[in-house]
Design a protein around this ligand. Structure first.
Ligand code: BG6
Length: 518
């Protein structure tokens, strides 16, 4: 894993290469990839010898592509754009269009790559292909790259392919896709991206756990009573109804982002943070989550779909009334579940996962609930929210920080215990230029560092965890949808799920001097 900072002389820029973006006229390119590449340029982490080739179905020329990129960077840059730097980058951008089903498109692409390499004297034959396209085309495009000889690595050079999510829509299709792409690529050429792993605070989980000696000894079933991972969104499905209605939150968020965060929280210490060590440890955690039986699915999962309601004082429509959504849709927009990681470290500790759209607040956080002290020496009333047992909260977004609740004596003549937060806010590092989250991932791919990308075994294992749930939900369509109002925390059954073991969901306000509600 790299750490992004301006080049100091210790950090090398990415290898000289051509970056080919399939889906160059799409949303991901303009909102994330382009601003991320520009940020890398400003940080001196792009190689000196580089060119970008956009490839999409829409017709266009190099010139029209550059004009479009110039409009897009003005709108989506995360930092002020320096004109000279931008021009220097923009003139290295090229475009080629065509039908991805046609071999001719890839012959022309190959010629374009050769031409830009010559124009910018890019040594070697390194090419990074980024598949920012609809998932149904992943396999097809890799086949075509293979047939055009573009995945074959020339002597001393690399060819790498970044594949967006979702990787398959269930276990069988993920296996099929993997079998298809590994006809043309070795596993170490495949970079399955998960943008959650590019987030500062997600990467900070490892630093927090393994860079401090104080927490690791308590990071186990002896001291930890439960773990909660919440990814709550206020947004609905926006304009992605067509995609989402065939996906749902289990496929969209749990199978990839949330299980990935869970594995960082639960894994054993890796022997190194580069190479395969982290990925080896992450997959072991996933393998320790036993796939649910149909009875477990019924007892330990809750699904929901939003109805209309109020978000930020504005009325919003129900999921079934969103554009491109089936008016009788049974797709879930909310899930909560209880998982058990069955190994020595975590046996019997519930891991609660919750994610949904149109919830009360945008908040991604991990709550670690510690066990109570063996004796309540001070007569603490643990039912009071202000004196709950110690909790550690990793705030991932929108605010980034860490809160640790401890107990202290309330000032006064009597001993009265009160909970107080120890807060760390990332903002305390001072003004930082916002990043898209894709910088680290693009840079890591350019230097061949794959630890933040999903290896196929972890994708497969994540599907093995999700598939039984999809099967039961498919066989027993929900009868009560929509079952939560927009702007709430989801269906009541979700509260009952955590109450089974005497717990409750925590919503934590981000670090402020008064972070705990009374
Ligand atoms: C994407 C999902 O992977 O992650 C979206 O497809 C979701 O449905 C998004 O909204 C959330 O990402 P973030 O970074 O805003 O939490």
């Amino acid at each position: 894993m790299s750490s992004l900072k301006p080049l100091t002389g210790h950090e090398r820029p990415g290898d000289p290469c051509v970056i080919v973006i399939f889906g160059a006229s799409g949303d991901l390119t303009k909102r994330k990839l382009l601003p991320a590449l520009y940020n890398l340029k400003e940080l001196n982490l792009l190689p000196e010898h580089i060119a970008v080739v956009g490839c999409a179905v829409t017709e266009g020329t190099d010139e029209s592509f550059r004009e479009q990129l110039t409009r897009d960077i003005k709108e989506f840059a995360t930092r002020p754009v320096d004109l000279a730097q931008w021009e220097e980058f923009c003139k290295r951008c090229y475009y080629t269009s065509g039908d991805f089903n046609s071999a001719d498109t890839f012959t022309r692409l190959s010629e374009k790559i050769d031409a830009v390499r010559k124009a910018w004297e890019i040594p070697g034959g390194n090419v990074l292909f980024y598949l920012a396209i609809t998932p149904t085309l992943f396999g097809k495009v890799v086949d075509q790259l293979g047939a055009a000889n573009l995945t074959r690595e020339p002597q001393g050079a690399w060819r790498r392919v970044i594949i967006e999510k979702p990787f398959g829509r269930d276990l069988d299709s993920a296996r099929e896709l993997n079998a298809q792409i590994t006809k043309s690529l070795r596993e170490d050429q495949i970079y399955r991206i998960d943008h959650y792993l590019g987030k500062e605070t997600v990467q900070n989980i490892m630093v927090f756990r393994f860079g401090n000696s104080i927490f690791e000894p308590t990071w186990n079933r002896r001291y930890i009573e439960y773990v909660q991972i919440t990814v709550a969104e206020e947004l609905g499905v926006e304009l992605r109804g067509g995609y989402y209605d065939h996906s749902g939150v289990l496929r969209d968020m749990v199978q990839n982002h949330m299980l990935s965060v869970l594995s960082l929280i639960a894994m054993e210490a890796p022997s190194s943070i580069t190479g395969e060590s982290v990925r080896n440890e992450k997959v072991k955690v996933l393998e320790a989550i036993r796939p649910m039986t149909p009875e477990d699915v019924i007892a330990n999962t809750v699904r929901g779909q939003y109805g209309g309601g109020m978000i930020d004082g504005k009325e919003v429509v129900s999921y079934r009334d969103e554009p491109n959504v089936n008016p009788k849709s049974n797709t879930e927009t909310f899930v909560s579940m209880k998982l058990k990681v069955e190994n020595w470290r975590w046996a019997d500790v519930p891991f609660y996962l919750r994610s949904g759209k149109r919830l009360a607040q945008r908040a991604t956080q991990v709550v670690i609930g510690f066990r109570r002290t063996p004796l309540r020496l001070f007569g603490e009333d643990l039912q009071r929210e202000t004196v709950k047992p110690n909790r550690l909260v990793l705030h991932i977004q929108p605010e980034e920080g860490i809160t640790f609740d401890i107990h202290a004596k309330q000032p006064g003549p009597k001993i009265q215990v009160v909970g107080v937060p120890l807060d760390f806010n990332y903002k305390d590092f001072g003004e930082q230029n916002a990043a898209t989250g894709y910088e680290t991932l693009l840079y890591d791919c350019m230097i061949g560092e794959s630890s933040l990308f999903h290896r196929y075994d972890s994708v497969d294992t994540s599907w093995q965890i999700c598939n039984p749930i999809l099967d039961v939900w498919g066989a027993l369509p929900a009868r009560d949808f929509p079952n939560y109002e927009s702007g709430t925390w989801g269906p009541e059954a979700s509260d009952r799920l955590v109450a089974q073991e005497g717990h409750q969901w925590h919503y934590y306000k981000p670090p402020t001097p008064h972070a705990i509600s009374t």
